[in-house]
Design a protein around this ligand. Structure first.
Ligand SMILES: Cc1cc2nc3c(=O)[nH]c(=O)nc-3n(C[C@H](O)[C@H](O)[C@H](O)COP(=O)(O)O)c2cc1C
Length: 193
């Protein structure tokens, strides 16, 4: 099994999503001995914004091809997705811009768009300061619905969220939110292993 582990938080050791993705990947490795993990830190090593390919020996194009190969090869993709300004971080968006490529991960047919990257499992560790699963801010969540739509567009049907929300509301709230997100990981991995 090949696991692709992606982090995108700018908050280093204070990051919630980095802790969650590490725990999710550790569970996968424990339950699938021999799992091969590829790691990408999109904050430490941000990808260049999308631009027209210029040639095979161009460093940006070489890196873009590597990003695509890693994604296509992965059986499981674990992504840390902090909510930034109601959406995903620009670093994660830059990665998405490299994996959403016509002819590789989707195509347009006479019947409409078709995803070509099915058969993978995508697990997203989501963290946000406020609460969006219910209440007045629910309509401002352009992070999780976007990710669900994006991977659905690419053909991924097996997508799950491990969520800590309301982490900026109080220390207690953060502790409880992160604790229950962490506690959900073992069951999630076992359920669909
Ligand atoms: C630049 C920035 C923008 C943020 N925007 C939002 C936001 O729009 N809504 C929200 O609820 N929290 C927002 N937050 C809080 C983060 O979602 C929260 O700290 C979350 O834990 C980030 O994930 P991380 O801890 O892995 O970095 C923002 C934080 C930062 C640093």
């Amino acid at each position: 099994m090949k696991v692709l582990h992606i982090d995108a938080s700018a908050l280093g050791t204070y990051s919630v999503t980095r802790g969650l993705t590490a725990a999710i990947v550790a569970e996968f490795v424990q339950s699938h001995p021999g799992a091969e993990v590829t790691y990408r830190d999109l904050h430490a090593n941000p990808l260049a914004p999308w631009s027209m390919p210029v040639g095979d020996d161009n460093p940006t194009d070489i890196e873009a091809a590597k990003v695509m190969d890693e994604f296509l090869a992965a059986d499981v993709v674990v992504i840390g997705a902090p909510m930034y300004n109601f959406s995903v971080s620009s670093t994660l968006k830059a990665w998405i811009d490299r994996i959403a490529v016509a002819g590789k991960t989707f195509s347009y047919t006479s019947a409409g768009p078709q995803g070509l990257a099915g058969g993978k499992r995508v697990v997203i560790a989501s963290s946000r300061g406020g609460v969006y699963t219910e209440g007045p801010a629910a309509s401002m969540d352009f992070q999780e619905p976007y990710l669900r739509a994006m991977f659905g567009f690419l053909g991924v049907t097996d997508i799950e969220f491990v969520r800590a929300e309301g982490i900026a509301m109080s220390d207690d709230h953060k502790t409880n939110a992160v604790g229950s997100a962490m506690a959900s990981i073992g069951g999630l991995i076992r359920k669909a292993a």
